[in-house]
Write a protein that binds this ligand. Sequence first.
Ligand code: MTE
Length: 317
Amino acid sequence: MMRMPGRIAPSEITPRELFMSRRALLAGALAGGAAATLPEARADTAPAAQLEPLHYTLNRQDSVSLQPTPYEDITGYNNFYEFGTDKSDPQANASTLRPRPWSLTIAGEAEITGTYDLQDILKGQPLEERIYRFRCVEAWSMVIPWVGFELGALLRRFKPTSRAKYVEFTTLYDPAQMPGERYSILPWPYVEGLRMDEAMHPLTLLVVGLYGRVLPNQDGAPLRLIVPWKYGFKGIKSIVQIRFTERQPRNTWNIAAPDEYGFYANVNPSVPHPRWSQATERVIGGGWFARQPTLMFNGYASEVADLYRGMDLRRDF
Ligand code: MTE
């Protein structure tokens, strides 16, 4: 794969241990009184120690050379409506989710289908850390060190047939574990979809961890999708089913508000949301006034623009 501008050079990489200890230093400095001059800087918490550490290799080529957002923001400022609509609700409420054991069903237009224990599916699957930009449709962004593997690697194992044109993903429906599903804020279960070539693109990840440890519940444990050039809502959490389809699947935000959220949801600074601009984004963890211009395809244009050649991205938003 081509290296995109702004990608990290191997020599520039800060190993996780190093930036974690740098954070510990910063925390010490703040405790010493520097907080008064740095109102938005906070002592970062290390990833929750009770979450299992993962074995993975860092994929430098596909990582961006940006400082990752603090762990406490990635895990404390979330959208996961199954646990409430405030950004702090998922962290407060997601302990009712039981991510282990977990079943994953592969269905639809494939030679091999069935329901599997997630641990069996992950057995022997090498994991990579990739530091990706993350852009929410609400015009805020983060930089997240995910741990996962290419979705395409999993899909190929099930031998999709020639009728498989799309892939549909479904979140767990269990109001006992996900109390927000008792309220009709969204149609449940949450569903999402990708075109087959988007699903097979090497940047598209199935994620099982972040900051080197298994995903906290609020970030979509035990398995979520990440498509870094699309708005964050494509990143469906706590996936229980992956289905190959011939027709374009529905996706939850498009069902809920079709004029505001499309199927493609490619990050596009020149197509405003009907109620706000997408030209810039608030940088989470950078203070309330930290904004930066939004990049076409969230900075991944050199890798993915070809997928949309000939399409009108204003119509297919
Ligand atoms: N998946 C499910 N099942 N339920 C949700 O409410 N929210 C989406 C997406 N995946 C959501 C979901 C939205 S709107 C965003 S921006 C991202 O998750 C947020 O991911 P994060 O909380 O890890 O930042």
